[in-house]
Design a protein around this ligand. Sequence first.
Ligand code: 5SP
Length: 227
Amino acid sequence: MAAQINPSILSADFARLAQEARAVEGADWLHVDVMDNHFVPNLTLGAPVVEALRKATDTPLDCHLMIEEPDRWAPQYVEAGAGSVTFHAEAAAAPVRLAREIRAQGARASMALKPATPIEPYEDLLPELDMLLVMTVEPGFGGQAFLDIMLPKIRRTRQLIDKHGLQMWLQVDGGVSASTIERCAEAGADVFVAGSAVYGADDPAAAVRGLRQQAESAGAAHHGCAG
Ligand SMILES: O=C(CO)[C@@H](O)[C@H](O)COP(=O)(O)O
């Protein structure tokens, strides 16, 4: 399977969300950043907007919950139409139970790690997940500079996924652009969230195609990314 490019609607025009969602048709998933002003210092949208987006586009929704108490709230996002739900390791009270609940509802279960959170304590949890998200900026805002220091963590996460023979996806998010995507792909990522690099481009759909091509040339399609 090819590398996946997930445009982040955090960089879109929130007054024109439906059109902005359709502007990136051809993307693999639409990345929806849910922020509660507690887990991160920013506030975006909730389940009713996810439900509206679901009706506005055929692109599946990849919801990244940057919220406290994901154990309580994540199921609402599956009900609203998310095809993938990512909760944060730092916020989940019972990550195994939560991942199982998301999967039982019929969505893909994913867990995110903030830059300072190591992957190693979560090794035994990986089989419960469909995707692991390594944040490459501090969560909260689009348009930040990519943290190169996260590349070794991406590599170590890829090694753990391969060690266990898992088919799960490895997503990166934050500062992913034409200048950084190849480094992420070489390190082992196969799902790429890009906000400003897509919505800041004159032609967002062409930006998605360009990023995908770069990621695949750098090796992202060879990491065992399975649909
Ligand atoms: O989750 C986040 C930020 O917390 C990201 O999804 C950003 O929205 C990505 O934006 P760029 O760094 O690509 O501009």
